[in-house]
Design a protein around this ligand. Structure first.
Ligand SMILES: Cc1ncc(C[n+]2csc(CCOP(=O)(O)OP(=O)(O)O)c2C)c(N)n1
Ligand SMILES: [Mg+2]
Length: 354
């Protein structure tokens, strides 16, 4: 609730934080109930991200991708479930460096994403951004950022833009459990609530930052509570279940579009690969990763539900085949298309004041 701008002195009293004032809160989200076609589409998108990322990992191993490369394998349900609830061309999205999956979830051509990874001129950032710096202004996707936490402040700015321009849009700012410990996140929380900006703070809690578990690094590891002292409500969601993600997205959008200001969504998820391609992952056991793969995989879960809805094995195999072909084509394209022209060194670089 917005408070009057001029604060009146209040009589002193003793309070403890276990007497948090009664605040309006969003209702419990419900799991989305999809049609067969909708679930097939979620499954297709998650599988495309998985196969694309596996191929990117191979190309990296072959030396065709240079620099940093952070894979999204394991976390596919988060981007797919959230993005499916947005209004294309109206709502904006911003994320960190683990950004290939978000691009794919928009339906952006995998060829231009893979070509960006290999640093080719046909890449979505003309081959000059690489894995961490992909943008599609057309889709209102504002990157792809390598500075941990920066996207939260920038996303708050995007939300300010939505409110200022009265365009009805909501910004989704994704960040990790590690980024959630950054100071600028809380400066952004403060302003976002003070001005009731239309923003969903999406915490992708994959349980690890670069080489540190949340158990070792987070004093409050229930990240959905992190907005409470700014009067921002939070919801914790199973991020390995695309239908739970979509259900929570709808609840959050209803809250924000209703003019109630920001909300925090924490998704409990897991990354199967190292932090980046150069991570030996000594901070967790292989068994732990295997157990998550065996018991919580978002794609397997959706597949089982599709089978339950009567989708046959042949149809699923066909889909897998189609996706493998799309990914192979994107890899060929990314290998064969030319590097950026030398004169591109001087474009998209700010050399004057403005
Ligand atoms: C300001 C800043 N500090 C440190 C780093 C180095 N760094 C890159 S990723 C990362 C961990 C972030 O973890 P998390 O937010 O959980 O995201 P995840 O990689 O798990 O998706 C760190 C410390 C950085 N890029 N920027
Ligand atoms: Mg993390």
């Amino acid at each position: 609730m917005a408070r009057p701008a001029t604060a009146k002195p209040e009589p002193a009293a003793t309070h403890t934080s276990n007497q948090l004032p009664n605040r309006e809160r969003p209702g419990e989200p419900t799991r989305f109930e999809p049609t067969k076609e909708q679930l097939l589409e979620f499954y297709r998108q998650m599988l495309l991200i998985r196969r694309f990322e596996e191929k990117a990992g191979q190309l990296y191993g072959l030396g065709l991708i240079g620099g940093f490369c952070h894979l999204y394998i394991g976390q596919e349900a988060v981007a797919v479930g959230l993005q499916s609830a947005l209004e294309p061309g109206k709502d904006s999205v911003i994320t960190g460096y683990r950004d290939h999956g978000h691009m794919l979830a928009y339906g952006i051509d995998p060829k231009v994403i893979m070509a960006e990874l290999t640093g080719r001129g046909a890449g979505i950032s003309k081959g000059k951004g690489g894995s961490m710096h992909m943008f599609s202004v057309e889709h209102k996707f504002y990157g792809g950022h390598g500075i941990v936490g920066a996207q939260v402040s920038l996303g708050t700015g995007l939300a300010f833009g939505h409110k200022y321009n009265e365009d009805g849009g909501v910004c989704l700012a994704y960040f990790g459990d590690g980024a959630a410990n950054q100071g600028q996140v809380y400066e952004s929380f403060n302003m976002a609530k003070l001005w009731d900006l239309p923003i969903i703070f999406v915490i992708e809690n994959n349980q690890y930052a670069m080489g540190t578990s949340t158990a070792r690094s987070a004093s409050e590891d229930q990240f959905y509570l992190r907005g409470e002292s700014f009067r921002i409500p939070g919801i914790q969601v199973d991020g390995m279940d695309v239908l739970a993600v979509r259900g929570a997205a709808e609840r959050a959008l209803e809250w924000v579009r209703g003019g109630k200001g920001p909300i925090v969504l924490e998704f409990k998820t897991y990354r199967y690969r190292g932090h980046s391609m150069s991570d030996p992952a000594k901070y967790r056991s292989r068994d732990e990763v295997q157990q998550m793969r065996d018991t919580a995989d978002p794609i397997e879960r959706a597949k089982k539900e599709l089978e339950g809805m009567g989708v046959g094995e042949d149809a699923l195999k066909d889909l897998e085949k189609q996706i493998r072909a799309i990914v192979a084509e994107s890899a060929d394209f990314a290998e064969q298309s030319p590097e950026p022209d030398e004169k591109e060194l001087w474009t998209d670089v700010l050399v004057e004041t403005y």
